[in-house]
Write a protein that binds this ligand. Structure first.
Ligand SMILES: [Zn+2]
Length: 134
């Protein structure tokens, strides 16, 4: 039993292993697995197989630089999506008291009190004035 453990340890040494993209791929694989169980569709089986092969390829890879680049790209996209949904949640929570507008110069989203009419506002980031219609 120890010999098998040593062999496995030697095989896994220097391999990339798990990261956030790996965890996401595994969740996607589980989703396809469950969909396959429910629908008995070969499409979900094939998609799950592709995802799990990519997952294993990444975990067992020795090319750390390429895997970290993939993970960084994934994390950038993930954070962009998370920021978008956080903003949507805040917009919904503040819908009666505030409005959200983009600065036409630096494209920063600004939270403004909901007062009807046209106003001149100053962007806190680029400090330029612009007109806002509420
Ligand atoms: Zn601005």
């Amino acid at each position: 039993m120890n010999k098998l453990k040593d062999t496995l340890n030697r095989f896994l040494q220097g391999r990339y292993g798990m990261d956030q993209l790996g965890q996401a791929l595994f969740v996607v694989y589980l989703a396809f697995f469950v969909l396959n169980l429910v629908t008995r569709s070969s499409i979900f089986y094939t998609l799950g197989l592709i995802v799990v092969i990519f997952f294993l390829y990444r975990c067992l890879s020795r090319n750390f630089e390429a895997r970290q680049k993939e993970n960084n790209y994934y994390m950038d996209q993930y954070n962009k999506a998370a920021r978008f949904f956080r903003l949507q949640k805040r917009k919904w929570q503040d819908r009666n008291t505030h409005v959200y507008r983009k600065c036409p110069y630096c494209h920063t989203t600004i939270r403004l009190p909901k007062v009807k009419g046209k106003h001149i506002t100053n962007c806190p980031k680029c400090h330029k004035d612009f007109e806002v219609k509420v």
